[in-house]
Write a protein that binds this ligand. Structure first.
Ligand code: UD1
Length: 417
C-alpha cells in the first residue's frame, strides 16, 4: 500500500501532456476480440484498468505484448468465452467483452459486476439489447450466459443513454446479420472513437456520436491499427489543478472540443482559458466565482468531473449547487473534502458547497477514482500537508499523476503507507 503526500500552496506552472484516454482504450482493447489477426493499438495509458483489460484478453486466449505505449494483440486464438468474477469485480468495463465474444464465438459467460462505490450500476440495458438481437440470456451462479448462433440486426431503444451499453451493442452489431439501429444511444466522444476504430476494421457504422447509430452487419472484420485519443477527464483535472492553485498551465492534448461543458463552467468561475492549436493555456483567477453544475450525459457536464469541480467550488466566493444526475451515489468525496475544511451539505442528488478562503491539509482516504482526483486537487491548494491513502483507486485512471504534477512545481510524493 502506498500513499500520496502533498505540501499544498504552490501555484502550478509549465506544460503538461495528456495521456491516452482510459475510457476510449478499454473498449478498443476489447474490440480486438472481434477479428482474428494482429491488432496494434497505440497511445494506451499505463494504468491499472488497462492491465486488468490485458489480463482479460489473455484469459480469453489472445496474445498481448507491449511495445512502449503500444499494445500488439494477437486474437487469432480466442477460445475461452468466460470473463471471471475476480477481474470483472475490479473493473466493471470488463462486461464489454460480452458483445464481442458473443458475436464472434456465439456464446459468452461474463460475471455480473455487482455493486460499486458510486452506485448499483446494472447492465440490464446491455442484456436487453442483446436479447433484441436474438441472444438467449440466462443467469447462472452470478454469471450472465449469452448464446446466439448469429446475432440478428434489430431496432433497439435504450431506456436511458448508457456508454458501456452503447459500446457493447455497437460491437456486437458489427458482426450481426442485417441492420441494427441503436436509439437513445450515448453520444460520448469515446463512442465515436470506438466507431472510428471499428470502421477501420471494416465495420459499417453511421451516426456514432449522435443518439441514433446505424450498424450494417458484415461477415468478418480485419485487425485494427489505431491511436487512442487523449483523455478529456485527465485534461479537465489538470485544468482545475491550474485554476485552484492560481497557476498558469499549458495543457497539450486537452481535447477542448470534447470538454466544452467543463470549459464554459470554468470560464463562468473566472478561470482564463485560451486555446492555441493543441495547447490550452489555463490560468487561475484571484477569486473563484461560485457556479452551479448539473451532471448529464454528453455533451452535458461529465459526471467524471463532478468531484473535481466540487473541489474547485470549495474555494469559491459564494455558494454553489452541484447536482449529480447520472449516478445515484456519487458524493463519497464529500466527507473527505469536509476533513480538509470544506463546507458542503448533501441533500439527495444535490450538494450545496459554500466556499471557504482556505482548505487545511489533513489525512484523507480515496474512495473511488474521481474522488481521489478531487482530494489531490484539494491537497494542492490546501495549507500545509495532505496525506491521501488508498491511492490504488487513482492508479486505475491517472497515468504518473504525481510525476506530472511535480513537473509543474507541485510538492507531491508517493511513499509506502
Ligand atoms: C462509463 C464510463 C464512466 C462514466 C460513465 C458515465 C467507461 C469505462 N466508464 O461508465 O467513467 O462515469 O460512463 O459517463 O467508459 N445503467 C443502467 N442499466 C444499464 C447500464 C447503465 O441503468 O444497463 C445506468 C447506470 O447505473 C448509470 C447510467 O445508466 O446510472 C449511466 O451509466 P453508463 O453510461 O452505462 O456508465 P458506464 O458505461 O458504466
Amino acid at each position: 500500500m502506498e500513499k500520496i503526500i502533498i505540501e499544498g500552496g504552490v501555484p502550478l506552472k509549465g506544460e503538461v501532456s495528456i495521456s491516452g484516454a482510459k475510457n476510449a482504450a478499454l473498449p478498443l482493447l476489447f474490440a480486438t476480440l472481434l477479428a482474428p489477426g494482429v491488432h496494434r493499438l497505440c497511445n494506451v495509458p499505463a494504468l491499472r484498468d488497462i492491465d486488468t483489460a490485458a489480463s482479460l484478453l489473455q484469459i480469453m486466449g489472445a496474445g498481448v505484448e507491449r511495445d512502449g505505449d503500444c499494445f500488439v494483440i494477437n486474437s487469432d486464438r480466442v477460445e475461452s468465452l468466460e470473463a471471471p468474477y475476480d477481474l470483472v469485480r475490479t473493473m466493471r468495463a470488463s462486461v464489454l467483452v460480452l458483445g464481442p465474444i458473443l458475436a464472434r464465438l456465439g456464446h459468452a459467460r461474463v460475471s455480473l459486476p455487482g455493486g460499486c462505490a458510486i452506485g448499483a450500476r446494472p447492465i440490464d440495458l446491455h442484456l436487453k439489447g442483446l436479447e433484441a438481437m436474438g441472444a438467449t440470456i440466462s443467469l447462472d451462479h452470478g454469471y450472465v450466459e449469452a448464446r446466439a448462433d448469429r446475432l440478428r440486426g434489430a431496432r433497439i431503444y435504450s431506456d436511458l443513454p448508457t456508454v458501456g451499453g452503447t459500446e457493447n451493442l455497437m460491437m456486437a452489431a458489427t458482426l450481426a446479420q442485417g441492420t441494427t439501429w441503436l436509439e437513445n444511444a450515448a453520444c460520448e466522444p469515446e463512442i465515436l472513437e470506438l466507431a472510428n476504430a471499428l470502421i477501420g476494421m471494416g465495420a459499417q457504422i453511421e451516426g456514432a456520436g449522435t443518439d441514433c447509430i446505424r450498424i450494417e452487419g458484415v461477415e468478418q472484420l480485419r485487425p485494427m491499427d489505431y491511436r487512442v485519443m487523449p483523455d478529456r477527464i485527465e485534461a479537465g483535472t489538470f485544468m482545475i489543478a491550474a485554476a485552484m492553485t492560481k497557476g498558469d498551465v499549458c495543457i497539450r492534448g486537452a481535447v477542448a472540443e470534447c470538454n466544452e461543458a467543463l470549459i464554459s463552467k470554468l470560464r463562468e468561475a473566472g478561470v482564463s482559458i485560451e486555446q492555441k492549436g493543441d495547447l490550452l493555456r489555463v490560468r487561475g483567477p484571484e477569486t473563484i466565482k461560485s457556479v452551479n453544475i448539473r451532471t448529464r450525459t454528453y455533451p452535458g457536464f461529465p459526471t467524471d468531473m463532478q468531484a473535481q469541480f466540487m473541489a474547485l467550488m470549495c474555494l469559491a466566493d459564494g455558494t454553489s449547487v452541484i447536482s449529480e444526475r447520472v449516478f445515484e451515489n456519487r458524493f463519497m468525496h464529500v466527507c473527505e473534502l469536509q476533513r480538509l475544511g470544506a463546507r458542503i451539505n448533501i441533500d439527495g442528488h444535490s450538494s450545496t458547497v459554500t466556499g471557504v478562503t482556505q482548505l487545511l491539509g489533513a489525512p484523507v482516504m480515496a474512495t473511488d477514482l474521481r474522488a481521489s482526483a478531487s482530494l489531490i486537487l484539494a491537497g494542492l491548494a490546501a495549507d500545509k500537508t495532505t496525506e491521501i491513502s488508498r491511492i490504488y483507486h487513482l492508479d486505475r485512471g491517472y497515468e504518473r499523476i504525481e510525476e506530472k504534477l511535480s513537473a509543474l512545481g507541485a510538492r507531491i510524493k508517493r511513499v509506502p503507507a
